[in-house]
Design a protein around this ligand. Structure first.
Ligand SMILES: Cc1ncc(COP(=O)(O)O)c(C=O)c1O
Length: 388
């Protein structure tokens, strides 16, 4: 289905197309000059020593888990309210995922719950800056450093976000980003980045992503082909130049939504920027009573507006992690989150009129009590079904 207003839309401008063509014509297609330049630009932007590009955020997480030598018997703590990739790298290394609740106020790790779940086997914590809202990094780092635990930020959704004036990605020991097309910046296809100040980790992931290469045909690690292609890096470099302006626009759109939607008692708007948190609204996620969500999704769809749920199944209840033995009711806050969240359109090219239109549709849904309408309820049930 083509929506009048999609949920998200990457910006692809002529300078990006030109950069791609230029790279195709003039550079090595793999590990060309643009790859190194993109890494250099990205490291500088985040404020870290090293940036190592990969072919996806998932690959970045796999490589980081391996570089830190996670192994069977280790425990790795992450929120369950995230995209499944957050914990996949650790799990693939044989470490045991331990899931925490999120604080509904910020959608990021609940620090008190995190403390309760730490054991003497905890090797790593992976905070997620979900929807582009920075996690409580000072508290997390304090807890981790007291106990010698590694912190890897999952900043896949938080390019350019700031916590106490510092960019997400520069706050933990290592961090990863994703450039998947829906993200705040993309490489026009899959892509990822690992950032760190740690010399050893940088060296290891740089080799692992390139078949463990030491020299041209000498390999001192058993590695993978997980490099970012040159053409994608060339586009990424231009995207990075636009990122600040796009993030600014996302915050403007969020303010328009906040202003209109805060009139509604039934709708909870997302956490706002404050002196410690500068979010980048990768997604604009509202919460509504669970029985309203399907009908509201269907109502928006009927009016040409795409809405989705990020994410309908918390990771602790994903079939892939069944072996861990979690069951429904184990993480009550997260399970409630999964049933009540709704992402509405958010992308830099969304106009103010369009965002007002979306918000007014939600106002209309409530003023006319459309959640009681039989047909909309029926469509809502179907809409919910399609989510998974
Ligand atoms: C929080 C989070 N972590 C990890 C990833 C994985 O990134 P990728 O899709 O580039 O593999 C994503 C994005 O999809 C994500 O949103």
């Amino acid at each position: 289905m083509r929506y009048k207003i999609p949920l998200t839309k990457p910006v692809i401008t002529k300078d990006m197309i030109d950069a791609a063509i230029n790279a195709l014509n003039n550079e090595k297609l793999v590990m060309g000059e643009s790859v190194y330049k993109f890494e250099e630009d990205f490291a500088k932007y985040i404020g870290v020593k090293y940036a190592i590009s990969t072919n996806s955020g998932t690959s970045a997480l796999l490589l980081v888990a391996e570089a830190y030598n996670l192994k069977t018997g280790d425990e790795v703590i992450a929120p369950s309210a995230t995209f499944i990739s957050t914990i996949n790298g650790a799990a693939k290394q044989g470490a045991k995922p331990v899931f925490t609740e999120i604080a509904l106020k910020t959608y990021t790790i609940d620090v008190q719950d995190l403390k309760r779940r730490i054991s003497n086997k905890t090797r790593m914590i992976i905070p997620v800056h979900l929807y582009g809202y920075p996690a409580e990094m000072d508290e997390i780092m304090e807890i981790a450093e007291e106990r010698g635990i590694i912190v890897v930020e999952d900043a896949a959704q938080a390019h350019g976000a700031q916590y106490r004036g510092r960019k997400t990605g520069s706050l933990g020991h290592t961090a990863i980003f994703s450039f998947y097309p829906t993200k705040n910046m993309t490489t026009a296809g899959d892509g990822g980045m690992i950032v760190t100040n740690d010399d050893e980790i940088a060296e290891k992931v740089r080799k692992l992503r390139d078949v463990g290469r030491k020299g041209r045909y000498s390999h001192d690690l058993i590695g993978y082909t997980m490099r970012l292609n040159t053409v994608n890096a060339a586009v990424g470099r231009i995207q990075l130049k636009h990122l600040e302006e796009w993030n600014h626009r996302r915050r403007e759109i969020a303010r328009t939504y906040d202003k209109i939607l805060s009139q509604l008692e039934e709708v909870k708007t997302p956490p706002k920027p404050d002196s410690n948190h500068l979010p980048v609204y990768h997604l604009y996620v509202i919460r509504v009573p669970r029985q309203h969500r399907g009908p509201l999704g269907a109502w928006l769809e009927k009016n040409g507006v795409e809405a989705l749920v990020h994410y309908p199944i918390p990771v602790h209840l994903q079939p892939a992690y069944k072996y861990l033995g979690y069951k429904g009711g184990d993480l009550l806050v997260t399970e409630e989150w999964a049933k009540t969240i709704l992402s509405i359109p958010m992308y830099p090219e969304l106009t103010t009129d369009q965002s007002r239109y979306v918000a007014e549709l939600i106002i209309e849904f409530y003023s006319k009590r459309l959640y009681q309408d039989k047909e909309i309820k029926r469509k809502g049930a179907l809409w919910e079904k399609k989510l998974t």
